[in-house]
Design a protein around this ligand. Structure first.
Ligand code: NOJ
Length: 581
């Protein structure tokens, strides 16, 4: 079995955030829109989304696990960033096999995270600050500890039996299905209680829900309405591209797992489910929705998000975060990927722009340069990139400080179930474990999950107890408190860049055009809207570079720069500058 990097693959087909047509909430504000559909003003296009990984953000009670009260205590910090929406990873009841992506009760809060009262306080606190809340919704699968699954596995005739995918053993072993997280990558788990196998594309504790069953679908819409009625502003639909399945479970070609997205994602039926979800939920509330996975082509992506289809709102394609490699990556390829996604959505639909999330290692370690010399400069440059592209920017917590990869050297430091299962698999195969550990150092998602570095006190001010995963050892140098005091810190630059985007709608809606497209290390582009034109120059390398813009930069005004001065077309390592032309 080849080593498949589950998050890379899942990301490929991804399409996440999509919102709805209606905008009636009290804190609704949009910039006066332009005529065509991609440029029609919507709050979720103008949003600047800050993703919070609750387990690692702030612990209020010393149990080593971040919680809702912790987030509440940091609301002023979140507001100070200038972001306009928060996306929270799952906070529902869960046995935490996959850190909340295995939900045992969709209408309750995970004990470690707090209570529903805490949630209400958090939501109000965000709304009081004019910040919207987007919740993760995990309905391709539930936890095996959900009551539905407990009932479902109890007997073949139970009314919940068809909430999941079962295969009776007397029919023989079902055709192979690849599991992303299973130790043996086998997605069928035999359950002796009813002499049947159940399907789990992720871990054994994450059985896949059966979307063919109208009763299940109704339950899901009820859950979504429950949260929408509480006043949340959006849903991120986890792994939803996988929801539709050919339930005859035909044989797939040998080796299909190397390209499993082509078989798992966008199976017929998916658009019907999304249209139904739109009718039942999105058309009735002012919520934006995003399904993880953009399908397998631009056509799929458009079919998911073009407004006239009444499905989702915003594509969240993963090709861009799949480019980084431990040995370095091709900047021309990076430019090509982001340009191609921009042009594919120039007229219809809308995309997200991001370089990190909770399934990725740290942005500055993957796309920038985390050495002392260049960490801050390259993090500022990357944040300039995300916040100056067309599409809704998603910023992952800690990237505003240039938090770096963890540098774990032992498997005992890792907590991610998928990583630990793959480690066992590698051991079973007698693979090169040292090489696997090196690979994890660069790309394991736990790198992005170490505790938020608040200050230089013990445990980086994250917790008074022992954190569930070790704090990065560099917390005494990289932390929010230190950066607050420095006007030139990555944090304060981030705030300026967020403010610049908010003040310049051209950065949200403006036409994107590459400048000096063949340059091998500089990414340069203009953004143009309503007679205004900005030029963005980004040196993605640690070497000086000269770019040919064709503009008289000595006459242009600098709006932001990550060095104290700018010298036109001569760029220093990781220099970022935006000009108003
Ligand atoms: C995608 C999520 O982003 C990831 O964290 C999770 O492990 C899988 N879906 C399974 O829910």
């Amino acid at each position: 079995m080849p080593i498949i990097q589950p998050f890379r693959r899942i990301l490929f087909a991804a399409l996440l955030f999509a919102g709805c047509e209606q905008s009636t909430k009290q804190n609704e504000t949009t910039t006066a829109g332009a005529a065509d559909s991609a440029n029609a003003a919507k709050w979720w296009k103008e949003a600047i989304i800050y993703q919070i990984y609750p387990r690692s953000f702030k612990d209020s009670d010393g149990d080593g696990v971040g919680d809702l009260k912790g987030i509440i205590s940091k609301l002023d910090y979140i507001q100070s960033l200038g972001v306009t929406a928060v996306w929270l990873n799952p906070i529902y009841s869960s046995p935490n096999d996959d850190n909340g992506y295995d939900i045992s009760d969709y209408r309750n809060i995970m004990k470690e995270f707090g209570t529903m009262e805490d949630f209400d306080v958090l939501l109000k606190g965000l709304h009081d600050r004019k910040i919207k809340l987007i919740m993760d919704l995990v309905v391709n699968h539930s936890s095996d500890e959900h009551e539905w699954f407990k009932q479902s596995r109890s007997s073949r005739t139970n009314q919940y039996r068809n909430y999941y995918h079962w295969w009776e053993a007397e029919r023989g072993k079902p055709n192979y299905r690849y599991s992303l997280f299973d130790v043996n990558h086998d997605a069928w788990k035999y359950d002796s209680l009813t002499n049947s196998y159940y399907l789990h594309y992720f871990s054994r504790k994450q059985p896949d829900l059966n979307w063919e069953n109208p009763a299940l679908r109704k339950e899901v819409y009820g859950i979504m309405q429950f949260w929408a009625n509480k006043g949340i502003d959006g849903f991120r639909l986890d792994a939803f591209g996988f929801a539709a399945k050919d339930t005859t479970f035909p044989a797939f070609p040998k080796g299909y797992e190397k390209n499993f997205m082509a078989y798992y994602s966008m199976v017929p039926g998916i658009h019907d489910y999304l249209k139904e979800m739109h009718r039942e939920v999105f058309s009735k509330y002012d919520v934006m929705s995003v399904a993880e996975g953009a399908g397998n082509s631009f056509e799929d992506a458009h079919n998911l998000v073009d407004a006239s289809r009444k499905e989702l709102h915003m594509a969240y394609a993963f090709e861009g975060v799949d480019i980084a490699r431990a040995e370095g990556y091709s900047i021309p390829h990076f430019k090509k990927v982001f340009s191609k996604w921009d042009s594919a959505f120039a007229k219809e639909g809308w995309i997200s722009v991001f370089l990190a999330n909770h399934d990725q290692a740290r942005m500055v370690s993957r796309y920038g340069n985390d050495s002392e010399a260049y960490r801050d400069l390259s993090a500022k440059m990357l944040n300039t990139f995300i916040l100056s592209m067309r599409g809704t920017p998603y910023l992952y917590n800690g990237d505003e400080l240039a938090m770096t990869n963890a540098g774990f050297t032992s498997i005992n430091d890792y907590r991610d179930m998928a990583t630990l299962n793959e480690y066992k698999n590698q051991v079973n195969q007698k693979a090169d474990i040292a090489a696997y550990l090196r690979k994890l150092q660069f790309e394991c998602r736990d790198n992005g999950r170490t505790p938020f570095q608040w200050d230089a006190s013990a445990q980086a001010g994250f917790s008074t107890g022992k954190p569930w995963i070790n704090v990065n050892r560099n917390y005494t140098r990289i932390n929010a408190a230190t950066q607050e005091k420095d006007p030139n810190s990555v944090l304060n630059y981030f705030r300026k860049m967020v403010a610049l985007r908010k003040a310049n709608p051209v950065l949200t809606y403006g036409k994107y055009s590459l400048v000096d497209p063949e340059h091998t290390t500089v990414y340069a582009y203009t953004r143009e809207w309503k007679g205004e034109k900005l030029l963005v120059l980004l040196n993605f390398s640690d070497k000086p570079a000269t770019v040919k813009t064709g503009y008289a930069l000595d006459k242009a005004r600098v709006l932001i720069q990550n060095y104290p001065t700018s010298s036109g077309e001569q760029l220093r390592p990781y220099e970022a500058v935006i000009y108003k032309l």
